[in-house]
Ligand binder design. Structure first.
Ligand code: FPP
Length: 231
């Protein structure tokens, strides 16, 4: 969800105002995903590296998480959204951790959309914590042993990765899970993102041929509907 800071700067507002507007964009995008029948939406709300930002921005983002937990969860629950907060909770405040726990518990039975709000998350952290747990449990380190212990083990790997704000980097998001994700980059700043931009991204996704290491002719021969994007 990149571009909040620039959105605010253009309007001579503090960066946190951009993040606040980012919550609005997230609400719109959740609705657009529900309307489009998308099963899983995972967003990067705070990265392991974001702690190094100016202290007022870090505390603003923490406050925003606490606020969003008290204001947004009931509405999401009503819409049938199941919420998760993948990330390292060890350095988050008790208030935030408790709010997250309650939201997860309340929405656990919902099935319309799984929403992963990655918070204090980093792809490298995720792979390391999964490997460390596998090792502690005496497992041989295999792809499966790690994949089963990742913070997003409850959902399939993403099909589509969208980065807003014009940058073309992964920035330590779901580095393991994105092995075969289609990449889509939008110049739109996150606070301006919504149904129209999602629809453009989905349109681009439908044009892609997903080969998963095979060649085109093999896909045509098997015509596996779930291997071809958009079918
Ligand atoms: C990156 O844009 C965005 C973030 C670091 C924060 C994203 C958070 C939200 C959208 C709010 C949702 C959060 C919660 C707590 C539910 P940037 O600040 O790097 O933008 P810039 O590149 O324009 O400076």
């Amino acid at each position: 969800m990149d571009g909040n800071g620039r959105w605010a700067k253009k309007r001579f507002l503090p960066r946190v105002a951009g993040h606040k507007q980012g919550v609005e964009a997230l609400r719109r995008t959740v609705k657009a995903c529900l309307d489009a029948g998308i099963g899983v939406l995972s967003v990067f709300a705070f990265s392991s590296e974001n702690w190094a930002r100016p202290p007022e921005e870090v505390s603003g983002l923490m406050e925003l998480m606490a606020l969003a937990l008290s204001r947004e969860v009931a509405g999401l629950h009503q819409q049938g959204v199941q919420i998760h907060f993948p990330g390292d909770t060890s350095s988050l405040s008790k208030r935030v951790v408790e709010g997250q726990r309650k939201a997860v518990e309340l929405t656990a039975g919902n099935t319309a959309l799984v929403l992963n709000v990655c918070f204090n998350y980093g792809g490298r952290w995720d792979v390391c914590q999964a490997a460390a747990r596998a090792q502690a449990q005496g497992e041989v380190i295999t792809e499966q042993a790690i994949a089963q212990r990742l913070a997003l083990a409850h959902v399939p790997d993403p099909d589509l990765f969208i980065r807003t704000g014009g940058e073309m980097r992964v920035s330590n998001f779901l580095i393991w899970q994105m092995a075969y994700a289609e990449m889509y980059f939008s110049d739109v700043l996150w606070p301006d993102f919504g149904a129209k931009e999602l629809s453009l991204a989905l349109g681009a996704f439908r044009q892609r041929e997903r080969r998963f290491g095979l060649i085109s002719e093999q896909l045509d021969a098997t015509a596996a509907p779930d291997v071809k994007a958009g079918t």
